[in-house]
Design a protein around this ligand. Structure first.
Ligand code: FEO
Length: 171
């Protein structure tokens, strides 16, 4: 059985992941307003991935027989000045999420809640990948900032991004 503290923090993580999904949809809307179809697709796929993260916690809590709660989400709206601005905000947000995952891991470790520790390893690794992905794209966008043809190619590359939730055994 999960402690009240761990359960509350896991439920809060569902909120952070769903907020991430909303945030990335709002970034998709900004990219759409700039006629960047590939960047728009990238953020729509990222939003799907964040919903999948929330649902991983949903299923874990359900398997543990714990109460799943949904908290009110903040408004993700922001004024962006450029695509680079959007990606720098994305990376900052992922760093915030990483801190939240580490905090969860700290609690689970202090409580010796081994099933939650094992479950959270997936999220620790995922955060490494997400921060690396945004860092890499920031470098590419900076490199393309004075060359519209490079920006066009990057937009075309990001148009190819898809997201299919992995099968349970492969997660
Ligand atoms: Fe679910 Fe991007 O962290």
């Amino acid at each position: 059985m999960l402690s009240e503290k761990l359960l509350t923090t896991l439920n809060e993580q569902i909120k952070h992941e769903l907020y991430s999904s909303h945030l990335y949809l709002s970034m998709a809307a900004y990219c759409a307003s700039q006629d960047l179809d590939g960047f728009t697709n990238f953020f729509i796929m990222q939003a799907e991935e964040e919903k999948f993260h929330a649902m991983k916690i949903f299923h874990f809590l359900n398997d543990k027989g714990a109460d799943i709660k949904f908290y009110q989400l903040d408004d993700p709206s922001a004024e962006y000045q450029s695509v680079l601005d959007v990606f720098e905000a994305s990376l900052a947000h992922e760093k915030f999420v990483t801190k939240k995952i580490y905090n969860l891991m700290d609690i689970a470790t202090q409580e010796k809640e081994y099933s939650t520790i094992t479950f959270l390893h997936w999220f620790v690794n995922e955060q490494v990948e997400e921060e690396a992905m945004f860092t890499d794209l920031i470098q590419k966008i900076k490199g393309a900032s004075h060359d519209p043809s490079l920006m066009f190619l990057l937009d075309r590359e990001l148009a190819l991004r898809t997201f299919t939730p992995p099968a349970p055994a492969a997660e």
